[in-house]
Design a protein around this ligand. Structure first.
Ligand SMILES: Cc1ncc(COP(=O)(O)O)c(C=O)c1O
Length: 382
């Protein structure tokens, strides 16, 4: 019963070049700044600084920016760090890099992000036990921001800093405030599958100029100022390449268009599936401007006639890439023995959730094929 196949694989989320990237890449070539310094990198840090009001540091990836950011917040061996269970593993791993322990918090149904009430309960329990976490990593999954007001309020009440993982949410806002401007440290990703890309790369954002300068130094092997190779602190090779910064620079010029295109993709799915029982779009509460990095739905197996996994398998047969919603961290072999406050919502979203092809370059005919494939699966079951 597999629908017909699309001739060329329809991927989940692909890079979408504008053509403007090449001039900046060429500039790196022609000036010979083929290294981790140069005008593209300077521009990117300054331009993101202008847009966000933060001090910005270009990094080799979002993951390395999270690593640096957690270290800025003082995370070290023996500490606990809170984070959502429902996320990509790159949110949690840097906690472990620093010898600290990730503790997971369940999601709420209305945003799919960290549940502020569960967070409050977890902080209260830890406070009573005299063991508050060193930091809270808040993630904005699939392009929609977490409920930041209650989260920042309860974090401030217990005096715990927030690292904002906005890897998936460049351009999203909460109450008109941009993702990446809430945390004591925040992070963007320019991975190839993100809103805009440099092939890889990331950005660390901080309201504190000195903190940003420390992160920049750590990202370049923490060499002390002066002629000699003096090192008084541990560093990493985490700096963003000037060449890749050129790609991001060109992409940044079309960020608004990319967001609009992804939002239009989601809206088209939403309208097309409104008449099909059992397919529910990811909720989008008021005050949350959803950047729609990925178009996500939940599948009610009874109402639709098959499970999200069945749909994913049949789409795969049709040459279409779709994925389940992130597998919760507390269900990963790597982190299965870690403490998790709640977890049932994250498990349910993983079980029933599906992410559909969401590229800003997805053509009308490709999307029509995806929609019709899913429609025919339902019809055959009805
Ligand atoms: C939520 C989240 N955090 C962090 C990352 C890591 O970003 P990068 O791939 O740039 O290291 C990603 C994506 O890869 C992500 O989806």
């Amino acid at each position: 019963m597999s629908p017909s196949r699309w001739p060329k694989r329809i991927h989940l989320s692909v890079p979408h070049m504008s053509g403007r990237e090449q001039q900046y890449v060429q500039e790196a070539f022609s000036t010979n700044w083929m290294t981790t310094a140069g005008s593209n990198l300077d521009y990117l840090e300054a331009e993101f600084g202008r847009r966000t009001g933060r001090h910005c540091v270009g990094t080799s990836s979002g993951t390395s920016a999270i690593h640096l950011g957690l270290r800025l917040l003082g995370v070290g061996p023996g500490d606990e760090v809170f984070g959502p269970s429902l996320t990509f593993v790159a949110t949690a791993n840097p906690v472990a890099y620093l010898g600290a322990t990730p503790v997971f918090i369940d999601s709420e149904e209305r945003t799919w992000n960290m549940d502020p009430e569960v967070l409050r309960e977890a902080l209260e329990a830890k406070s009573k036990a005299g063991r508050l976490p060193k930091a809270i990593v808040v993630v904005h999954i699939f392009g929609q921001m977490a409920e930041m007001d209650p989260i920042t309020k309860v974090a401030a009440h217990y005096g715990v800093p927030i690292l904002e993982d906005a890897a998936e949410a460049l351009g999203a806002t909460y109450r008109n405030q941009l993702a990446g401007t809430f945390g004591q440290v925040s992070v963007y990703s320019f991975n190839g599958n993100k809103m805009i890309t440099g092939t890889s790369g990331g950005l660390l954002l901080s309201p504190d100029e000195l903190a940003a300068a420390r992160a920049r130094k750590w990202s370049q092997q923490a060499r002390d100022a002066g002629m000699d190779y003096n090192h008084s602190e541990l560093g990493y090779n985490y700096r963003l390449s000037n060449l890749l910064a050129g790609v991001v620079r060109g992409q940044l010029e079309v960020l608004g268009e990319r967001i609009s295109a992804r939002r239009a993709v989601f809206e088209r799915y939403r309208q097309a599936f409104a008449s099909i029982p059992g397919l529910t779009p990811m909720p989008n509460p008021p005050d949350h401007f959803h950047a729609c990095w990925l178009s996500c739905f939940t599948v009610d197996k009874e109402a639709f006639g098959m499970s999200s996994r069945d749909i994913i398998r049949l789409l795969d047969d049709a040459n279409v890439d779709s994925r389940p919603v992130w597998k919760p961290m507390h269900k990963q072999k790597l982190y299965e023995n870690h403490e998790c406050f709640g977890g049932r919502i994250a498990e349910k979203l993983n079980l029933n959730g599906i992410c559909l092809p969401s590229s800003s370059s997805l053509s009308d005919s490709e999307q029509t094929f995806v929609i019709e494939s899913i429609r025919s699966m339902h019809r055959k079951q009805a």
